[in-house]
Ligand binder design. Sequence first.
Ligand code: NAD
Ligand code: MG
Length: 403
Amino acid sequence: MNISIREKDRFKVIDTPEHKDITILGSTGSIGTSTLDLISRNPEKYSVKALTANSNVEALAKQAIAHNAEMAVIADQDKYSDLKEALHGHNIIAAAGSEALNEAADTSADWVMSSIVGAAGLKPTLTAIRRGATIALANKECLVCAGEFMMQQVEDCGATILPVDSEHNAIFQIFDFDEPEKIEKVTLTASGGPFWNKDIADMQYITPVEAIKHPNWSMGVKISVDSATMMNKGLELIEAYYMFPIEKEQLDIIIHPESIIHSMVSYIDGSVLAQLGTPDMRTPISYTLGWPHRMNAPSKKLDLTEIGQLNFIRPDKVKFPAINITREVLQKGGSAPTILNASNEIAVKAFLEGQIDFLDITKVVEKALDTIKIHQMTCLNDVHDVDENTRIVTGEIVEGLKK
Ligand code: NAD
Ligand code: MG
């Protein structure tokens, strides 16, 4: 059993200030802009400390000025002078590069949104964890690639992790942390992405444009492709395992194309608790931003009579091999989740760049998991080494498949 994100006693002593200083790692993305939208609706309650982005100087500077941020950090070192120029005349510190990204995570914000995409978010998220911060975690990849070490640091440093991913946020709301032994099953719902009812014969030639057109959610490109392959749900299975005190076998996945029920928890007495809402990330983000209190969110309110029907389908494991791959990875443990995550990041990038076909994404991941020796990891340096090596090996696998 894992260390829970919600150790009862730890949560009781948490100090939740009336006014919160906020840092957003990955502020220009889909989660970052939704978070800033909530903040701008409650300016008396929040102040922005630091905002960070990868390379979009214009968007970052605009956000930093609009929200009166203390600091703006661009990860791409070469963009430093552009950022400095864009912030000229404003009292905002401009910085660039990975060390500056860490500094942003290290500023004394009360609440940090971790919403960088991919393993690139691991280092700054760990920096925020080490100073015992409250972290709203959207970046599932960092938990997948370094779950055990990350949760151990959360424990050691007295940090608080609040789940942003809609499924995990739902579980967080309905999970009885006082009596986890009374829980039989946790069911993650999946939209199934744009292709859940498409014939497998028609899936080979899916284009990146088709793959990123999600039917219910508006998200960044990487997670949109992950949703289309259902790798997203596999990553979420691992994310849930590290976040909640449950066994691997207690985790289930079902397709629910309407994305109204965000996940369910089944108890030993036959009760099943679910969290419902319209598919708008501002609801789960608001739950973490206001936590431990609920706050107003502008998401469309749910009217079930308007929806009419809710459907549930078992995922087709032939069409979506990612589900079985991730289950096996979870069983194997050790370096397997790190390999899974890094190879998937490379495969998705290759697909988006038109180098491989849609169905090749999971094939590449499987090949990487077969090729690279899985071993126990003893420290965070191991995570870094496995991640780096996997990216090289997967690059070679992609080379061999290039169209
Ligand atoms: P996005 O692509 O829209 O935004 C990513 C952000 O990270 C941007 O601000 C970008 O500048 C920054 N970034 C990207 N690469 C970086 C790098 N190498 N170094 C530093 N910064 C970098 O992504 P998103 O959809 O907002 O998703 C962010 C995270 O949240 C992902 O892990 C995703 O799985 C998770 N998530 C997203 C949603 C959603 O609805 N979008 C839902 C659940 C979970
Ligand atoms: Mg999700």
